[in-house]
Design a protein around this ligand. Structure first.
Ligand code: ADP
Length: 638
């Protein structure tokens, strides 16, 4: 009998699997049951399209048989079965889906713990049997064939295929379970209790009955002629039991699902060790019919802001999984949402490309988007603390959503945003900000900076607060872009406090500034000359109240944008057009003026550098020459 070698990749996979960490091993059962279920599906499908196949769904089942003495565990199905060629091509090499994903997650020479995690995440199909078995026999008879074949392997050394006897079509996978290791308990996989638990845990929703003969302990019937003092007697009976509920959670009524059930489902399905923040269980009937169960995680997944993170919902068609991560069901701004959608409106073997363009998919996606928003809004209203938790996990994502696609989603998202309020000393919604707004307030004000404390001390903030207006303190890089994208709400514009026209000037004020500019001209020119190209202009400030100087930007690029872009890797360096603003009523300005009038060029240069450096520091920008600045400051002391 010829022994055939596994393909090289398969060997590596086997190696990994056998040495994988212990807690992952139990998934082998889920994998084999899932294969069995697929085989049943294929036969059921065939019976729909081929009148010579007479099976009804009721006949289809998956059978589990543990045999402690022989250390054998068998998973059988009466599905489509495999021909000799099928066995060869399906089990002799790494096959499709599951193992394909595994391969994708595995880079060359990457046998470290990290990659082994992939097993836990995807499962790797049939091969996982070798995690718990040292010898595997697959006996299969393809539907419509009268030959049966036996595939055998003990993993490492390849496999054999021989002819054998089998009465009915379908497949038996017989595993010879390994002996217990020092730290590993393989015996449990022969225990009825463990098997029942694993099936409940991983395969409860399989649509075919998973049956096993289990021992039950029950009270004997009372004999007719039982004496007066008859004591009930107990007996052990063996009976075949269906171990899975076969009903997916999302098909059950909301009122019948316990919170723990929702949470357990979430944790198992989406590999989170924490309960979700909330679950949205929803359905629709009409133009498109679907049921959906969506989860919002409590914490930001560790890979959320990396390329590895893939958004998407699991898509089922009448209980059959047709796509694992259907990205088109979720807009990018809600890409943190996990969950499942089940709709009979999709055909089972619809291709990804076609699916993407179906009307149904778009209708469902748009309905879910609204649903997610309304759920978030109601949490925001009813449970602010929970909303704050959500916000700290995914608020940044929502802001990127506002900015992305040229602001196309801002109307959808603006009610969900939170910003720090100067008045409340905590986060506020834009709606609440608006409610508090005095009638004469011309703008939604915001100010950007590194921290709330630093922003509160910006020289430009003072005059707005003095008016009794509230400012949104923005500490995230993306905030300035968010405000620019929001632009306005109901005709009221967003305005950075650093902009010159942040407070509309009265005619008198305008005139005063003009006069000061005129009077200060020699000073402004001298400072500009001292600073050269570092600034575009030096002007008398209409913004400052008690501060001596500040930096502002002319043109479309704000200081905040410049800062943001300078952090981006490989991004185009964007430079704001820097303007140094001086407070003509301040003592430093008077000192400058004196120096200019006395013709003390060195002093003018020194003061100019000092003021510019301070403006940079206040704006949160780095000094070009900190040593020179330190020297200048010290020279003031002597
Ligand atoms: P996957 O299920 O991810 O494709 P597997 O390694 O689990 O990968 O299985 C490889 C292939 O072997 C399957 O795609 C299927 O065609 C076939 N197969 C496995 N188990 C069975 C079974 N019980 N009945 C029929 N075919 C099976």
């Amino acid at each position: 009998m010829e022994t055939k070698q596994f393909k090289a990749e398969s060997k590596r996979l086997l190696d990994l699997m056998v040495n994988s960490i212990y807690t992952h091993k139990e998934i082998f059962l889920r994998e084999l049951i899932s294969n069995a279920s697929d085989a049943e599906d294929k036969l059921a499908y065939k019976s729909l399209t081929n009148s010579s196949v007479e099976v009804t769904r009721a006949d289809l089942k998956i059978t589990i048989v543990p045999d402690k003495e022989g250390r054998l565990l068998t998973v059988s199905d009466n599905g489509i079965g495999m021909s000799k060629e099928d066995l060869e091509s399906n089990l002799g090499t790494i096959a499709r889906s599951g193992s394909g994903q595994f391969k994708a997650g595995l880079s060359e020479g990457d046998e470290a713990a990290g990659s082994i995690d992939v097993i836990g995440q995807f499962g790797v199909g049939f091969y996982s049997a070798f995690m718990v078995a040292d010898h595997v026999t697959v006996i299969s008879k393809a539907w419509g064939s009268d030959e049966a074949w036996m595939w055998q392997s003990d993993g490492a050394e390849g496999y054999t295929i021989t002819s054998c006897e089998k009465q009915t079509p379908g497949t038996d996978v017989v595993m010879h379970i390994k002996a217990n290791g020092e730290e590993e308990d393989y015996d449990q996989y022969l225990e009825s209790r463990t098997l029942q638990e694993l099936i409940k845990k991983y395969s409860d929703y399989i649509r075919y009955p998973i049956v096993m003969e289990v021992e039950d302990y029950r009270m004997k019937d009372k004999p007719e002629d039982a004496p007066e003092d008859y004591k009930p007697e107990w007996e052990t009976v063996k009976e075949w039991k269906t171990l899975n509920s076969m009903v997916p959670l999302w098909q059950r009524r909301k009122s019948e699902v316990k919170p723990e059930e929702y949470n357990t489902f979430y944790k198992e399905k989406f590999n989170d060790w924490q309960d979700p923040l909330t679950v949205i269980h929803t359905s629709a009937e009409g133009a498109v019919t679907y049921k959906a169960m969506l989860y919002i995680p409590e914490k930001t997944p560790y890979d959320f802001y990396t390329r590895e993170y893939q958004k998407g919902l699991q898509l089922y068609s009448s209980g059959v999984l047709i796509m694992d991560k259907c990205a088109d069901l979720l807009p990018d701004h809600f890409r943190f949402v996990k969950g499942v959608v089940d709709s009979a409106d999709f055909s089972l073997n619809i291709s990804r490309e076609v699916l993407q363009h179906t009307r149904q998919l778009k209708v469902i996606a748009s309905a879910l988007e609204k649903k997610i928003k309304s759920e978030l809004l109601s949490i925001q209203k009813e449970n602010r603390e929970t909303y704050e938790t959500f916000w700290s996990a995914f608020g940044t994502q929502l802001k990127y959503g506002v900015v992305g696609e040229f602001g196309a989603h801002k109307d959808m998202l603006q009610d969900l945003l939170l910003f720090w309020s100067s008045k409340e000393g905590k986060n506020t919604t834009l709606a609440a900000y608006k409610d508090r707004m005095p009638e004469d307030q011309p703008f939604y004000y915001y100010a950007c900076g590194e921290s709330v404390e630093k922003i509160a001390r910006l020289p430009q903030v003072e005059r707005i607060l003095d008016k009794g207006y509230e400012i949104l303190y923005c500490t995230e890089d993306v905030d300035d872009f968010v405000m620019k994208a929001l632009a306005e709400i109901d005709g009221k514009k967003f305005k950075s406090v650093t902009e010159e026209d942040a407070l509309p000037q009265t005619e008198e004020e305008k005139k005063a500034t003009e006069e000061k500019t005129e009077a200060g001209k020699p000073v402004l020119e001298a400072v500009k000359e001292a600073l050269g190209d570092q600034v575009k202009e030096v002007r008398v400030s209409a913004i400052l109240k008690s501060g001596a100087c500040c930096l502002s930007a002319d043109g479309p690029v704000s200081i905040e944008m410049e800062k943001y872009m300078s952090k981006m890797e490989g991004g185009q360096p964007m430079k704001a057009e820097r303007v140094l603003e001086l407070n003509a009523d301040s003592a430093p300005f008077a000192a400058l003026k004196k120096a200019v009038e006395a013709g003390e060029t060195d002093t003018v240069a020194k003061y100019s550098k000092l003021l510019y450096a301070q403006a940079l520091l206040l704006a949160g920008l780095p000094l070009e020459d900190p040593a020179e600045y330190a020297g200048l400051v010290c020279s003031l002391m002597v």
